[in-house]
Design a protein around this ligand. Structure first.
Ligand SMILES: Nc1ncnc2c1ncn2[C@@H]1O[C@H](COP(=O)(O)OP(=O)(O)O)[C@@H](O)[C@H]1O
Ligand SMILES: [Mg+2]
Length: 461
């Protein structure tokens, strides 16, 4: 039986008296529902680096088609001329690589589409005629219509491991309340994996998600950054008897719930499975133990009612621990500074992931890991760089390496390292007291960037 389509009633948008009424009465109460966007598919006041969008609607979070399936909606005061805002809208669409844009002041509504570097006007409708043209609007930017168009249109360079038909089927019936596991991975070091993992954990926990963080890197940077190691000497080593190695080694002992520690890295407590420098030496032993590769995956099943999202920080390598992370996770996020070395590394990532996907299949039809995208991270804030070099770098990653980019950017800023390097004085010694950048400076650009990243990730998983 076809689902009953209920179109919300429209009061006259031309009667909106100010920008806020255009947003609430017209866009939120009428336009988004009429175009088929449920509340969880759009976000209001989204910040991406230096851009602040009034609305971002996401028709479908499938990574391959993402940029074709997003709409930026900008609301203006009724006495503002929409023409004057076209340039700004084009900047948003071009820089964030989003296909569709809508401008409205209540008196008129304009729909635009990026075609190459040009922004073309698709539709222009007077406010009072929107309801009678709703069919055309749905055809142009309605949720179902965009999904259909994206499925027909061939993606630029399909990634074999992004989504199999099998996982697409799974997605349509996916249980949104199910625990999701995300590996934060790149085989290059120093690109911001750990910084992304820990601050994303903070951003997501501030969205009310129950987070478990797993440190699979023997450098244990996440463990340090989460404040679980206060003194770096053997005498005070409280980790050595109980960390991720034990989870991987023992079948019936060392359950997640026994090894986990709670960190006060952010105001909301975050659970962490720590790592230890000894993990490096234990790789050979664990390699001999075949079940170690899948043990984390199975042990996480025991805690799937306790967490919403599991984040795994990985080593900058193609070693056993990186493999375990990719075997275990549902999704992968790739932080990258987008520089040539990091880009070259993407080829290794692709090869490595397809090998592990084969293994996942052999585990009993586990679907391939889903790529959320490359996250531009540690990006210089220099004006010239952001204006000229960054767009070209982003293009290279998509066009030459075939990896989709997230809309979010994490710029290189002092607050990020200052927050994680924070100390407190106890007597005459300084003790590490790291904190998330969101708690350190809640209104700073870095805090905003991580909050936006959190929202983007939530819209994708
Ligand atoms: N956005 C950023 N702004 C400032 N410093 C950063 C940023 N991202 C990472 N760093 C710093 O760069 C170094 C490497 O980052 P890290 O997250 O540890 O990378 P990875 O885990 O990929 O090796 C760390 O000292 C970290 O504090
Ligand atoms: Mg790291």
């Amino acid at each position: 039986m076809a689902a009953l389509k209920i179109t919300p009633r429209l009061h006259n948008p031309e009667r909106c008296r100010n920008e806020s009424e255009v947003e609430s009465k017209f866009i939120v109460c009428y336009l988004l529902p009429a175009l088929g966007y449920p509340p969880e598919s759009w976000h209001q006041e989204v910040t991406f680096g230096r851009f602040r969008l009034d609305f971002l609607a996401v028709a479908d979070p499938k990574p391959r088609f993402r940029s074709q399936l997003q709409i930026v909606i900008e609301a203006k005061h009724p006495n503002q001329n929409l023409k004057r805002h076209r340039y700004q809208l084009r900047e948003y669409l071009k820089e964030l690589n989003i296909r569709y844009g809508v401008l409205t002041n209540g008196k008129a509504l304009q729909v635009y589409e990026m075609q190459g570097l040009e922004m073309k006007l698709l539709l222009q409708i007077p406010g009072k005629k929107v309801a009678s043209h709703i069919g055309e609007l749905r055809e142009a930017i309605g949720r179902n219509s965009l999904i259909k168009k994206a499925l027909i249109r061939k993606p630029v360079k399909p990634l074999s491991f992004v989504q199999s038909t099998e996982s697409k089927k799974r997605n349509t019936t996916q249980d949104l309340s199910k625990m999701k596991t995300i590996a934060i991975y790149h085989n290059k070091g120093g690109v911001g994996k750990t910084t992304t993992t820990i601050n994303l954990a903070a951003a997501l926990s501030k969205q009310g998600k129950r987070i478990l963080l797993i440190d699979l890197d023997s450098q244990a940077n996440t463990t340090f950054a989460m404040g679980l190691v206060k003194f770096q000497d053997e005498l005070h080593d409280t980790i050595i008897d109980s960390y991720v190695y034990h989870v991987l080694r023992d079948k019936n002992k060392a359950k997640i719930s026994e090894i986990v520690r709670t960190s006060d890295f952010c105001k909301e407590p975050i659970d962490v499975i720590p790592s230890h420098i000894d993990l490096m030496q234990q790789e050979d032993e664990l390699k001999q133990l075949a079940p170690a590769l899948t043990r984390l995956f199975y042990k996480l099943k025991e805690v799937e009612d306790s967490y919403d999202i599991v984040l795994i920080d990985t080593p900058p390598s193609l070693n056993l621990y990186a493999k375990i992370a990719i075997v275990t996770a549902d999704y992968m996020l790739i932080p990258s500074d987008l520089k040539p070395f990091a880009n070259e590394g993407l080829r290794n990532v692709r090869r490595f992931v397809s090998e592990i996907d084969e293994f996942r299949e052999a585990m009993g039809g586990r679907p391939p890991i889903q790529l959320l995208g490359v996250l531009a991270s540690k990006i210089s804030t220099a004006y010239k760089f952001v204006e000229h070099t960054l767009p070209k770098m982003k293009e290279v990653v998509e066009a030459q390496y075939g990896f989709p980019l997230l809309n979010s950017h994490i710029f290189e800023r002092r607050d990020i390292s200052a927050a994680v390097e924070r100390t407190i004085e106890v007597g005459d010694i300084d003790i590490p007291d790291p904190i998330s950048v969101i708690d350190y400076k809640p209104r700073s650009p870095s805090a905003e960037e991580f909050k936006a990243l959190g929202l983007e990730i939530l819209s994708l998983i």
